[in-house]
Design a protein around this ligand. Sequence first.
Ligand code: FES
Length: 162
Amino acid sequence: MASCNCGHQNDDEKQKEFGDLLAKYKGVKGALIPVLQEAQEIFGYLPAETMKQISQSQGIPFSKTFGVATFYSQFHLKPRGRNIIRMCQGTACHVRGAAKVFDAVSTNLGVAKNETTEDRRYTLETVACLGACGLAPVMMVNSDTHGRLSPDSAVKMVKNYE
Ligand code: FES
């Protein structure tokens, strides 16, 4: 099958890489978290079927795998967008209008907190503090920090990310 050169893997390639991952950790005790981390790197999130296969391969109950995946915020059980928006809701941002900025972006994208747009372009998340309080209100889009936002400027900024 022809494959593109864009750097993205097709599903067959992901399954192959996942198979290699399971083989690498087969019989390795205490490897659940690294397996989940690497599986999430491959698929972008942790589908239920993937967690089932991990459970079987590691010889542990699905309930345990599911419990670990839901306990740690680093794991995502639903597909995420190509662009991750993190809106700060810390105290400094809050007093400078972060709630209005969040509402504007949320309304414009048509998603609530922790939701992903249908086209998978954006996932909207909140955080307690981004460590840039002097720039409040602040959001990050992927690894870019944007500060001194207004509701309008935040909506415009987000649109720059394809
Ligand atoms: S409170 Fe928003 S960056 Fe610190």
